[in-house]
Each structure stands twice: as C-alpha cells, then as structure tokens.
Design a protein around this ligand. Structure first.
Ligand SMILES: [Zn+2]
Ligand SMILES: [Zn+2]
Length: 137
C-alpha cells in the first residue's frame, strides 16, 4: 500500500506540486481495487474537506494527462479512473450484477499474435459476474 510520502514522491516525479487535495484524490484512486468516478470522489472529498467539484475535475484531467491515472468509460457512459502502471497489462472486469469495474494488473504483456509489432500498452475489458456476486447467487 502506498504511503502519503510515496504519493508526494510520485507527484514530484511527474512534475506536479503536491497539495492536500491532490494527495487525497490519488490516495483514493490508488488504494481502490475498483475504478472510481469523479462523482464518487466529489461525494467523499466534499464531505471531508469541502473541496469543490471544479478542483476535482481539474486535478483528474491533470493526472490523466501526466499518465498517473487512466480513464475509461464504463457501460453506462460514466468516466472512471484508476491507477496506471506502465509495462503491465491492465485488465478491467465489468460486473453486470454490482456494476463495479475491478482492476487487475498482469506482469507480462501477451503478444496477441502481433509479431513484429511493438506493444506499449494493453487494456483488456472483460464483462461478467465478479467473484462476490457469483458466490452470492
Ligand atoms: Zn459484482
Ligand atoms: Zn483499472
């Protein structure tokens, strides 16, 4: 689990000045196994700290442009964010029961039969029923 100091370090590495809002947003995104929407962040941070919406959207755009986080659009057309690590295959599992998007990272990148191609980033989307919902049913 990433500590506060590590988040400050990651921000510095990407040329972003650390402040309390930025740390809080990244803490939430990095510690979450599932993707987070801006609406969820607004709910949490405006209760906790009285942070305004515009600040949250602006920081999400900034983090995305610096590739600290990645954005994906879920099956309902809502933008969701999660931690982005290069050199890994990022897998998204959409659960059709609880509507969560679960993130998994796989160390090696499969070639997909693309011999001669240089793959830089892979994002895989899988739809189905997550483990929790599957056992409940
Ligand atoms: Zn589920
Ligand atoms: Zn993800």
């Amino acid at each position: 689990m990433l500590k506060r100091d590590e988040i400050v370090e990651i921000l510095a590495k990407h040329g972003i000045r650390a402040n309390e809002n930025r740390i809080k947003i990244l803490e939430h995104i990095f510690f979450n196994e599932c993707t987070t929407s801006a609406i969820e962040l607004i709910e949490i941070l405006s209760n906790e700290r009285g942070t305004d919406k515009a600040t949250i959207y602006r920081n999400l755009d900034l983090f995305e442009s610096k590739k600290l986080i990645m954005k994906e659009i879920d099956q309902h057309g809502i933008s969701r964010y999660c931690a982005s690590k290069s050199n890994k295959t990022h897998l998204h599992f959409f659960c059709s029961v609880c509507n969560q998007t679960i993130c998994k990272e796989v160390d090696n990148i499969p070639s997909f039969g693309l011999e001669g191609y240089k793959i830089e980033e892979v994002e895989i989307k899988i739809t189905g029923v997550c483990r929790d919902c599957n056992y409940e049913g």
